[in-house]
Design a protein around this ligand. Sequence first.
Ligand code: ZN
Length: 141
Amino acid sequence: MTEKSAQKDIFCREEIIGSSTLAKVGTARIVLSMDAVAKHHMLVMPIRHVERIDELTDEEHRDIVKALRSIEEFYKAHNIEGYKLVLLSGPAAGQTVQHAHWHVIPGNAEFVTDPKRRSVHYSGEELAWEADVLRRDFRSR
Ligand SMILES: [Zn+2]
């Protein structure tokens, strides 16, 4: 993949991903999922374009873990007891956006790879509104 085409994925387009971003933790970003299997289904990813986890720097690894801790705190504050962490690596595994990301799914909701089959769908406007509300919770920590 060339540098130019790498810039086209939605996770590299700030004008698209910016409104659903809940927090940036160093080199990592936390995003509210547009097609979710449960309320507060989030995505964690490096801000830099990285397709597979073996391309992550040590700093990016650390920041991904810090971002996960921050989501854990958010879930605890919202009385969410547990969560699932799902990584789809490569199209054969069902990865649809070729920019490494982890799905963080509250509770015991079943994960579905096909975004169209997920139960919670936000319009762009709804997503921005919900993200704006949740962003304040991340900032207050
Ligand atoms: Zn990207």
